[in-house]
Design a binder for this molecule. Structure first.
Ligand code: ADP
Ligand code: UDP
Length: 255
């Protein structure tokens, strides 16, 4: 990507951000991979390209289904132009199955699980559940709706709106993935405000960096096969192969 006429803004854990002369942002998806709040780090061949293409794939589907997003276009295979937003200071997690930090917090005695949910990876969560975590603290921390409201991070109406959008995103993605034989176990999304105050979907959506994807045929045999960043978190295989397999499965049924 030609960067001469761009202004460098910042680098996150996975993406470098530049500003265009017209005020839009350009994300450069890199091969960097991190886990456990950045404590585990590596580089993974092709990851930038695959996550960019998967994010583009989902933004187009979500837009088509009426979800407002910041996506504009992908000028190269690793870069994406988006509307610049004022990012909402909470991250939003949707869970269809028990995994990850939900189980860690249960095991530490910090939370009780929703009614009917077994304390085991892969246990279904009837109706799903939403959680919020901090966005701009050193380590992401789960926050209650009361804390979000008392800090004026969002209004009650905005919490309801974001909850509704996230639920719809879950339905759209889970339905699409089912046609590819993939279960959407959980995911994280971020939202931002436009200059008009509208809240729209930001960052990246539906990528293996921010979702847990499980192979349905294995899951039915009681085996969890991940096509997402858990391969890196748990050191269970080749991350590039897992990400490539996810992308190929999405493409096969939908492109
Ligand atoms: P992180 O280190 O926060 O995980 P990334 O490497 O993914 O981040 O970099 C992307 C950063 O850009 C994130 O901090 C995200 O909140 C922010 N961001 C995402 N979309 C927008 C947007 N439309 N406008 C401004 N900032 C954004
Ligand atoms: N997630 C993410 N970024 C974060 C935290 C979580 O993309 O900073 C995603 C994660 O990949 C998973 C979902 O959100 O798909 C739920 O993550 P969880 O809270 O279980 O935490 P983790 O096990 O990833 O630490």
């Amino acid at each position: 990507m030609q960067k001469d006429n761009l202004v460098y803004v910042s680098s996150g854990k996975a993406k470098d951000i530049y500003e265009n002369s017209n005020g839009t942002l350009i994300f450069e998806f890199t091969d960097r991979v991190t886990a456990f709040d950045g404590k585990k780090k590596s580089e993974c061949n092709e990851k930038g390209e695959i996550t960019c293409k998967v994010a583009e794939y989902w933004f187009k589907i979500l837009e088509k289904n009426g979800i407002p997003t910041h996506y504009i276009e992908c000028p190269t295979s690793t870069s994406m132009i988006v509307k610049r937003l004022d990012i909402v200071p909470v991250e939003v997690i949707w869970r269809n199955y028990a995994a990850g930090s939900l189980l860690r917090r249960y095991e530490a005695g910090d939370i009780i699980l929703p009614e009917g949910v077994e304390p085991k990876e892969g246990s279904p969560i009837p109706g799903g559940m939403i959680e919020f975590t901090t966005k701009f603290e050193a380590v992401d921390r789960p926050v209650s709706i009361d804390e979000i409201l008392s800090n004026s991070w969002l209004s009650k109406e905005e919490v309801d709106y974001i909850t509704d959008l996230t639920k719809r995103i879950n339905e759209i993605m889970a339905q699409e993935l089912a046609t590819s034989g993939i279960i959407l176990a959980d995911f994280k999304v971020e939202y931002g405000r436009t200059s008009d105050g509208e809240i729209i979907l930001a960052d990246e959506a539906g990528t293996p960096d921010g979702c847990r994807f499980w192979m349905k045929n294995d899951f039915e045999k009681g085996i969890i096969t991940s096509l997402d960043k858990d391969v890196f978190r748990k050191d269970t295989g080749d991350l590039t192969l897992a990400y490539r397999e996810l992308f190929n499965k999405l493409q096969r049924t939908n492109m």
